[in-house]
Ligand binder design. Sequence first.
Ligand SMILES: [Zn+2]
Ligand SMILES: [Zn+2]
Length: 165
Amino acid sequence: MMYPKPQRKKKRKKHKASILHCKDGTCYLCMKLKGDYRRYPVVHEHHIYDGPNRQNSEAEGLKVYLCLDHHIMGPEAVHNNHKNMRILHRDGQRAYERTHSRAEFMSLIGRNYLDEEKQEEPKKDTKDGFMFLEPDCIGCFGASENQCERCEEKRHDKKTETLAD
Ligand SMILES: [Zn+2]
Ligand SMILES: [Zn+2]
């Protein structure tokens, strides 16, 4: 079982903020799977690619914040639930490939998670009111102060529009 490291900073390794999700108390999977944007008093930082890739995940910002039920507790937790783990593997790769090639992803992580979903590409399934990853958003769902370039662009566009008015 994995527990997140204490928040103390020890050795200065290469750190990067998540490229998928901003740490605002929301749970990535609650938002993605349930459209639930609530903020939890405690969320765990989860590195999307574990084992030898944990450091790569840290260095490249391939991590998300999860509520305990989605992290380590119970049947929906990524550490117990292959399906949910795979969702993150794919979203992480999509996010990384916004700024890198597939070859770069594969040389970083050592495998490719996206081919197997070719047939089920971005269908805009709005089941439960949730819109699946738009091609222009890496999965941050427009949450406030996220670091998604696409959302930033959108916000910026909005600003410019308003200014132009
Ligand atoms: Zn959750
Ligand atoms: Zn974890």
